[in-house]
Design a binder for this molecule. Structure first.
Ligand code: IMP
Ligand code: MG
Length: 182
């Protein structure tokens, strides 16, 4: 089946083939780093769900799956330093290896706050894995251990990432045409 680009997209930024390679490479690193260790994978809803599902199936150590939903909020459209936890973990992470799975890091506000919240619960370790990173937009520095791909400052959708809750089902990542969101 060939990839027909969605009409709302300007271009494809990460193809299905490249996504598969990115997930393979991250999984290899995680499998090495946590050899003989158990981890709790924290899926940050909703954007990282697709990436997490692919990554999970490549991991070889004992893995438990947890979900969390958070948003940082403030005035206008950009995120602020405040965090609203809409859905919290079921598990106690004290003394456990925690791996936070995110779709994209933009300003860094959400993840910076979220990591602080999780670290205050005294896990054995706490690392961040993100599929995409937009470093040009960073406001708050975040320590990220695993990065799939660094991308330019463009609004991207697909493979879990949305605009207005749409486009998450696209199997690749593309740049949304400006006229769609402006
Ligand atoms: P921040 O790092 O606190 O600014 O927020 C990151 C969150 O903003 C991500 O988890 C996404 O939900 C959303 N986000 C940022 N950039 C994009 C994008 O290009 N496409 C889709 N969602 C994005
Ligand atoms: Mg998100």
């Amino acid at each position: 089946m060939d990839t027909q680009i969605h009409p709302d997209l300007k271009s494809i930024l990460v193809s299905q083939q490249e996504l598969s390679k990115i997930v393979d490479d991250i999984a290899d690193k995680i499998n090495k780093d946590y050899k003989n260790e158990e981890i709790i994978m924290i899926v940050i809803l909703r954007g990282s769900m697709v990436f997490s599902a692919d990554l999970l199936r490549r991991l070889k150590m004992p893995v438990k799956l947890e979900f969390m939903q958070a948003s940082s909020y403030g005035s206008g459209t950009s995120s602020s330093g405040f965090i609203n936890i809409k859905r919290d973990l079921d598990a106690d992470i004290t003394g456990k290896n925690v791996l936070i799975i995110e779709d994209i890091i933009d300003s860094g506000n959400t993840l910076f706050r979220l990591k602080n919240v999780l670290e205050s619960r005294n896990p054995k370790s706490c690392h961040i894995c993100t599929l995409l990173d937009k470093p040009d937009r960073r406001v708050t520095p975040v320590d990220v251990t695993y990065v799939g791909k660094v991308i330019p400052d463009e609004f991207v959708v697909g493979y879990g990432l949305d605009y207005n809750e749409y486009y998450r089902n696209l199997p690749y990542i593309g740049v949304l045409k400006k006229e769609i969101y402006e």
